[in-house]
Design a protein around this ligand. Sequence first.
Ligand SMILES: [Zn+2]
Length: 379
Amino acid sequence: MSVRTAVAAPAGLGEDACHELARHLAWSLEGVTACGFESKTGSLWFVTEKPLDQADLMQAADDRGRAIQAFPSRRLASFTKHPSPAYENVEDLLRERGDLKPVGPTTLALGGTAALLATRLERMMKTEAAKLGADEWLLPSLMFTQDLARSGYLRDFPHQANLVCHLPGQPEDVKLAASQIISGSEIPSRLSSALAPTVCYRLFTTLADSVVEPELMVQSASAKCFRHEGAAGAGLDRLGEFSMREIVAIGKPEAVSDFRDTLLALSGRLLQATRLHSWIESASDPFFTDVWEKGRLFQMGFDLKAELRVRVAGRAESLAVGSVNHHRDHFGLAFNIRDSTGDPVHSCCVGFGIERWTLAVLSHFGPEPGDWPEILQEA
Ligand SMILES: [Zn+2]
């Protein structure tokens, strides 16, 4: 039996913040199978196996809500003159056509039109990375769990980490372990490998414990990224495995800071060229545990994260299709990457989520390639 519990969202929070708040609260509650925000009634709702304590839930929502309101986001650029998207059920249409197929937990295989569009978007972004002088890398999906810990990800986003466990032991043990899995019982796991959640961590790992001589080094790669999305995962907008094109700059503080502006300008140009109803706003990864306050204050204080947000047809919540992040010396310190004077390097990156851009373009222009913006006609 599942139970639905709803509480009023804290007053004064924007639509996007309320959706994010619902998703975040779901992480800290047990056995949530679905969650959301209903703007008509202004309520956050959760579906669980066992009933939730309404007073506790209300308290948690208020606490988070107050903290969010203390740091409103700012709009840095606007492309809202572009017409609003109108293709409301485009994802369902692609599923019906067989262009989107679930092949594993929170994953989708893209075929037909979806594959064509995702490929063209990725090619457009790769071209831009090359224009910025980025060295192209091909990256593996696996990294050492130790490197993931080093990056700070296991501290800040442990709920989204994916560790890979191999079947332990010699052939006989492996067979036994496999049969235990098949029969549904627990197996001991060796968790030395992790699926990478971002592209840039892997690029930093290639530079760990080294000295970067140039003022600025620019690298780029497109790779699969993995984030456990729990009950929230499903569609093109929230996949457990997704593709991301990143451009990363590493070097002296001033050069990195300037390059961050270059990445913001590039982001604006791409939103403009793909004619999406969108904007860029300062943002943060506000919602986790104790580092929440400190991390967010830090990010807001230095304006370290900007999100590219797009309207999607039929949804009140906008969708982040990318972000520009200024890490300052965080990864220089974490991975012991130094400049020629021995100081930790600074870094910044832009990440474009390919499947989310795909959804955004489909939502604006529909599934017919001939209707897509010019830049995607033959990119
Ligand atoms: Zn990055």
